[in-house]
Design a protein around this ligand. Sequence first.
Ligand code: AMP
Ligand code: GLY
Length: 429
Amino acid sequence: MKYLVVGGGGREHAIAASLARDETAGLAAVMATRNPGIAPLADAVLLAPETDVPRVVRFAVESGSDLAVIGPEAPLEAGLADALAEAGIPAFGPTRAAARIETDKAWARALMTRHGIPGCPEYGIFTDPDEAVRFIRDHPGELAVKPVGLTGGKGVRITGEQVDREGACAYARELGGPVVVEERLEGEEFTLQAFVDGAHLAPMPLVQDHKRAFEGDQGPNTGGMGSYSMPDHGLPFVTEQDSEAALGIMADVVRAMTAEGAPFCGILYGQFMNTAAAGPMVIEFNARFGDPEAMNVLTLLESDLGEIAWRCVDGNVSPSAVTFEEAATVCKYLVPEGYPEAPVPSAPIRLGDPGPARLYYANVEERGGRLWTLRSRTLAFVGTGATLEEAEGAAERAASGVTGPVRYRHDIGTQALLEKRRAHMRAIR
Ligand code: AMP
Ligand code: GLY
C-alpha cells in the first residue's frame, strides 16, 4: 500500500509518522519545502506547491500511490481531491465542493441556517461594504468581522478586543466584499475533530488550541502556538452534554452536506465556543486536521491511520474502529522571533535533547547539516503523560533545549492556565 501525503508542516509530519507505523506501507510526499521529518519517511518526494494540481496528480500516478492524505486546506480548495479521483486515486480529504464548509464561511453559515442546525450565532453576509457598515453601526452587541475565504486563522477582527466599532467598519470597508459579520461569542474555545465517511463520524479527543502569539493570550492571532488534550479525552470546562451537543452539530452538518450533493469525506474540524447560555456555538468549520491539533490526537491514535482513511473513502468508518490512548498531550510550537508579523527569516537553530517528547518538524530547512528557520512555525514538541502536568513537563523540557532566535509559549498546558480556563467558565456559567 502506498500513501501520498500532501503538505509539509507539523501536521503533515504527524500524519506521515502515523501512516509509517504500518511497516508494510510505502509513502510518497509532496510539499513546498523539504520537511526534514517527512522526507526520510518517504520513498519519493516532490518539492512543489501543493496547489499545483496537475503536477501533484502526475506525481501521485508516477509514484504508484494508492490513496492520498491531504493535510492543508489550500489544495482542497484547488480541487486536488477531485482531480486525484479522476485519475483513479481516492483522496482522504473532501472535494472542492465539500471543502466549502471551510473555504467559504458565508456558505457554511447559510448551510446551518438552511438546515436549522443549532450552534449558529446571529450573522449577516454582505457583498456591499456600506450595508456591512450599517449592520455594524446598528447592532447593539459586540461583533466579529471576517472575510469569507481562507486567511490562516488571521483574518478576524473582534470589537471590544482588537478594534472599536469604527475600526470594525473600516475593516469591513477594507475587505470590500463579501464579508461575514457575526455576533461575538463569549466563552472558552475547543476543537472537536472527527473522521467522516460522508455519513458516519468517529470523534477524536477534544483539544484546546492557543491562537494568540504571546503568553496569557496576548498579541496577534497566529496559526496556533500549541495545544493540549486530557487523559479522559474531554476538557474540564466542557461537560459531556456540551461535547455531545458539539458532535451532534457536526453530524447535522455532515447530513446537510450529503443532502445538498456535497458529501464530506475526510476530517471535519469543528471550532467551538463553549458559551454560558447556549453551550457550544460554532466559530468555524475546517475541512482537515488542525495544526497543531493533529499532533495531539495522532500521537494518541492507537488504530491504523491508513486503515481509517480507507474506511472513510469506502463509507464504513465507525467510532469502534478508532481508538486513542488515554493519556494527556501537550504540544508546544517554536516559532521564529517576530512571528507572525515580522518573523526573523532564515536563522540557524540547534536542537537539544528532546527526552521522551516527540519532535515534529514544520517550516524549517536542513542545510549544511544544520537546521534553519523559515518564516512560519518552525517545529513542535509533543509531550505525553498520565497527567497534563507530566505531558507539559516533557514538552517544556524539550522546547527549552532549542537554541537560536525562536520562541514559544511557556504557559500552554500548565496548571495555571488550565485553572484560568476553568475559572472563566465558572464565572460565566
Ligand atoms: P476563525 O478564523 O473563524 O477561526 O477565527 C479566528 C479566531 O477568532 C477564533 O479562534 C476565535 O478566537 C475568534 N473568533 C472568530 N469568530 C468569533 C466570534 N463570532 N466570536 C468570538 N470570537 C471569534
Ligand atoms: N489550529 C487551527 C487550525 O488548524 O486552523
